[in-house]
Write a new protein. Structure first.
Length: 175
């Protein structure tokens, strides 16, 4: 094969959207995991949603793997707990940017309502702030200093909910 010719992408590099038993999009898995779920009888193809269908061949049979599958086992949702408030998670939630000015340098954590004034150490009271904004705010409330939050702080959402929201944004015609 000449270097300038490209091979068609391997079927094994494709991914499949997995729906729960209630038809809610749960995750995206690689085609190998999808084949395992289909062969084990833990999932079924969703034929009413338009999408690609790939053939996976073995010496003994050919399996049609659609772009969307539905779990058939009653798998109770794994218990998910909101992660604890910590620097890494708050920085991730806030996109590694100061929630007052947008800076991405010298980041710290700030309590919107200072702890000394009764502010709790919770997801809706802790934000990412750069050192200059944190020093400017000090031990005061936002309106006392004239600072405004770029976005309202909130706890992270369940990963399945976040995936479902993203899926419906990307596939409005499916719904």
């Amino acid at each position: 094969m000449e270097p300038d010719q490209q091979r068609p992408p391997s079927v094994l590099q494709k991914s499949v959207v997995v729906f729960s038993k209630n038809y809610l999009p749960v995750s995206r898995v690689n085609i190998r995991r999808a084949v395992t779920l289909l062969v084990a009888g833990q999932a079924e193809p969703l034929g009413f949603i338009e999408g690609a269908i790939w053939q996976v061949r073995s010496p003994s049979f050919v399996l049609q793997v659609p772009e969307h599958i539905r779990l058939t086992v009653s798998n109770p949702e794994r218990l998910w707990k909101v992660p604890p408030v910590n620097r890494r998670e708050v920085l991730r939630r806030d996109g590694h940017a100061c929630q007052y000015c947008g800076s991405t340098r010298k980041l710290t954590l700030d309590h919107v309502i200072p702890k000394s004034k009764g502010g709790p150490h919770t997801w809706d009271n802790v934000v990412t702030a750069c050192e200059p904004c944190n020093l400017k705010k000090g031990n005061q409330l936002l309106h006392e200093v004239g600072l405004v939050l770029k976005s309202k702080p909130k706890a992270p959402t369940h990963p399945a909910v976040a995936f479902a929201e993203q899926f419906w944004k990307e596939h409005p015609s499916v719904s």
